[in-house]
Design a protein around this ligand. Structure first.
Ligand code: GLU
Length: 320
């Protein structure tokens, strides 16, 4: 190899190592692209203290809601790749929304550096107790009898709550009107208050309302029925397997994040998840801990983006 090239290469290596050597020496921002109270917020806040301890720095959670998560995700994509601006990577911002929204201002596969998938969560369609049906059979019959009478809340336009419910409608031959919110937190609040009769949400944020009988679970997206409500069928059981997909919650940074910083954060999250209190908190909300490698998470995002592109195409889904 040419001497000058060799010299340039060794400089690059030194720069890369130096990036991680001092890292982290200031507060790290972990951005949630949805409002407080949703699953993204719950998982970020559950992990942030323990992650801060593992990295020897404070990790601050910041909510930047809007646009079905796209506004916050775009901010993370455009931030400096120095490890101090991280974001929560969700299925909505990395797969569902980019698949349906041609105006997504970033490329989910090339504008981020995936770091780790923290957890996967089942999803649920839940109704307000005033809804005339309490089980899937009655729910479907009620929707079929009254096309267009009901509406559903979701975490935002183009998110999984939106896309999965549109897919459900398409496959079941029903019609429900979409009402998007700035995250599952506000969507849940209005559904529990009875302003919207049903919601499609991820289990961790919906579970406390279900456990206190303020929402009734109708059908879940999960590999098998959930221990918390064993009478509720999965989408697969009711013949709607394409809707039976879980959500994921990980951490990413902007593209070009140095590998040694990525590895430090990945190790920090793994360490945080070993903390029994953190592990318990995540699992008791109904999530399944994943804790994979950056490469595995990148492959997962790519695969999920492909799935959602097919969903959008086959069901001919469009933004409202
Ligand atoms: N994964 C959910 C979604 O993107 C999270 C919503 C939220 O945390 O508010 O739809």
């Amino acid at each position: 190899m040419h001497r000058r090239t060799l010299f340039a290469l060794s400089l690059l290596v030194v720069a890369g190592t130096a990036a991680a050597q001092g890292y982290p020496n200031k507060v790290i921002k972990l951005q949630v692209p949805f409002a407080p109270g949703g699953t993204t917020d719950i998982i970020a806040r559950t992990i942030s203290d323990a992650l801060g301890k593992a990295l020897g720095q404070t990790v601050v959670v910041e909510n930047k809601a809007g646009g079905g998560g796209i506004i916050g995700a775009n901010e993370t994509a455009k931030a400096a790749p120095d490890g101090y601006s991280l974001g929560m990577a969700t299925v909505s911002t990395t797969a569902a929304n980019p698949a349906i929204n041609p105006r997504t201002p970033y490329n989910p596969l090339t504008d981020f550096t995936p770091i780790i998938n923290i957890a996967a969560t089942p999803n649920v369609i839940a109704v307000h107790p005033s809804f005339p049906a309490k089980d899937y059979k009655g729910f479907l019959a009620e929707l079929k009898k009254n096309p267009g009478k009901y509406s559903y809340s979701s975490s935002g336009t183009g998110g999984i709550g939106h896309l999965q419910t549109e897919l459900f409608k398409n496959l079941s031959g029903t019609f429900i009107t979409h009402i998007p919110y700035r995250g599952a937190g506000p969507a849940l609040n209005d559904t529990v208050a009875g302003q919207v009769p049903m919601t499609f949400d991820n289990i961790p944020s919906a579970l406390p309302f279900i456990q206190s009988n303020r929402l009734i679970p109708i059908v879940v997206a999960a590999p098998q029925r959930l221990a918390q409500f064993p009478n509720v069928p999965t989408f697969k059981e009711v013949g709607l397997e394409p809707v039976n997909r879980m959500a994921y919650y990980g951490i990413y940074g902007p593209k070009g994040l140095p590998k040694d910083i990525v590895d430090k954060i990945n190790a920090g999250v793994r360490k945080a998840l070993e903390d029994p209190a953190v592990k318990k908190r995540i699992e008791e909300t109904g999530s399944i801990i994943i804790a994979n490698t950056p490469e595995q998470f990148a492959a997962q995002i790519k695969a999920e983006f492909e799935v959602y592109k097919k969903v959008v195409e086959s069901a001919n889904l469009k933004l409202d």
